[in-house]
Design a protein around this ligand. Structure first.
Ligand code: GEK
Length: 323
């Protein structure tokens, strides 16, 4: 975790000394809490990862770390087994020294859908809320972002990020195990804030929007991706129980309702730049995510419905500016 020193310096450079100190004091405790059997397995796999110097790194067009030639006499199957210790791999794909980590999600497709519509990331300081294992963060660095901080409370995501970081050694990209509710209010220091796949998990979506706004500097851009439903400004769907087998889905607005929420929270230049019905090609079980996936969450007789009979997942990407 020595990489946290680089994070500390960066946050101080952004005028966030208090937050930097708070993180320095609390992150080690969070990691100490990870003394579960799973954590022991992850740590042992992490320590067994071989030293390899990647001869090639690509982050702009895809995420490629090294080539198969870099492996030399390192056993490819043993390396795959070490990576599989971090199962399930949900966000990717990664090409890791010639090993295709074929993740549950084609996260690159979402990236390609949004990239043409957002403020160019070159030179920007970015916060990615609910960043998963940092896949999009690597693409942000590939697009020229100066600094990317990803936050995600799910510890396996942070471990998977550390696997990549071990080889990429990027002092300007960090993923830390905290939720958005732990970020101090009104930091006002990020040029771009991403919240993708998080809003519908929040019981208080408007508070989430205010939290995101607080992270942005004036004039900064919010990029928000969420589940939506078809309907008018008055349409907001709350599933009575599970949604696509997920227990923690609360509010799913229509595009117009989401736009109104953003307006009421004080954002300007609001646009819905993409809508997309999630396909079984974009989210599916693979050898790297062997649990159930979208095909199991949909009605087997009607792909327009979830297994509970609700509208099937439809997602939209919004951009908005903080005044
Ligand atoms: N309170 C919270 N604060 C921060 N993160 C949270 C919180 N609660 C859950 N998460 C995290 O938010 C992520 C949501 S996934 C999107 C990943 C990526 N953004 C993607 O767009 O592919 C959902 C999806 O697959 O759509 C998970 O990694 C959670 O651990």
């Amino acid at each position: 975790m020595s990489n946290y020193d680089a994070l500390y310096s960066q946050l101080v450079a952004m005028g966030q000394e208090r937050w930097a100190e708070q993180l320095q004091a609390t992150l080690p405790d969070k990691l100490a809490l990870e003394s579960t059997a799973k954590m022991a397995g992850w740590q042992s796999a992490m320590q067994s990862l071989p030293e390899i110097r990647p001869s090639r790194i690509e982050l702009k067009e895809n995420v490629t770390i090294g080539t198969s030639d870099d492996l030399g006499d390192i056993n490819r199957e043993e390396l795959i087994a070490l990576l599989q210790a971090f199962h399930p791999w949900r966000k990717g794909p990664y090409n890791f020294f010639g090993i295709e980590i074929d993740t549950e999600w084609r996260s690159d497709w979402k990236w390609e859908r949004l990239l043409p519509h957002i403020q160019p990331l070159a030179g920007r300081r970015v916060l990615d809320v609910g960043c998963g294992n940092g896949y999009h963060g690597w693409r942000m660095r590939g697009a020229g972002a100066d600094f990317v901080l990803g936050i995600d409370p799910f510890l396996l995501s942070v471990q998977q990020f550390q696997v990549m970081q071990r080889y990429l050694r990027d002092p300007q990209h960090h993923v830390i195990p905290i939720g958005i509710e732990e970020v101090p209010p009104n930091l006002a220091c990020f040029d771009s804030v991403f919240s993708m796949g998080v809003l519908y998990h929040r019981r208080s979506p408007l508070d989430h929007l205010f939290e995101l706004k607080g992270c942005l500097r004036p004039g900064g851009e919010l990029i928000l991706e969420t589940l939506i439903v078809e309907g008018k400004r008055e349409t907001i769907f709350m599933p009575p129980g599970r949604y696509a087998k997920m227990r923690n889905v609360w509010f799913i607005p229509s595009i117009e309702a989401m736009t109104l929420w953003l307006e009421r929270c004080g954002f300007t230049d609001i646009g819905c730049v993409d809508t997309n019905r999630t396909s079984r090609e974009e989210q599916r079980s693979t050898g790297w995510m062997r649990f159930e996936s979208l095909a199991d969450f949909l009605d087997p007789n009607d792909a327009e419905k979830t297994i509970e009979g609700h509208p099937a997942p439809l997602r939209a990407i919004f951009t908005a500016t903080k005044l």
